[in-house]
Design a protein around this ligand. Structure first.
Ligand code: ZN
Length: 86
């Protein structure tokens, strides 16, 4: 009676999307983007909608899409942004 019981819930259901946050180095605007894994290489870049500086450039087995600006005044995702003095 050698019952093998391995958790056979592998892979497949794992989400390949993660949300990442970026801050514009030009004006400090915060953005989120969805990062998606790919089997082949992608590259691209995102420019700030406010000051047109490059916020992020990427290349590799992933792609970023769904860029959204974050209102800096509202705390998002419980994460602390670097504090800026006003
Ligand atoms: Zn900017």
């Amino acid at each position: 009676m050698a019952g093998k019981s391995e958790g056979v819930f592998s892979g497949m259901a794992n989400s390949i999307w993660t949300t990442e946050e970026f801050t514009c180095s030009g004006c400090g605007m915060n953005y989120t983007a969805t990062r998606e894994k790919h089997a082949d290489k992608h590259s691209g870049s995102f420019k700030c909608r406010v000051c047109n500086a490059e916020v992020h450039a990427w290349s590799g087995y992933h792609n970023f899409f769904d860029w959204e600006a974050i209102e800096t005044r509202t705390p998002v995702f419980g994460r602390r942004w670097e504090q800026s003095r006003r």
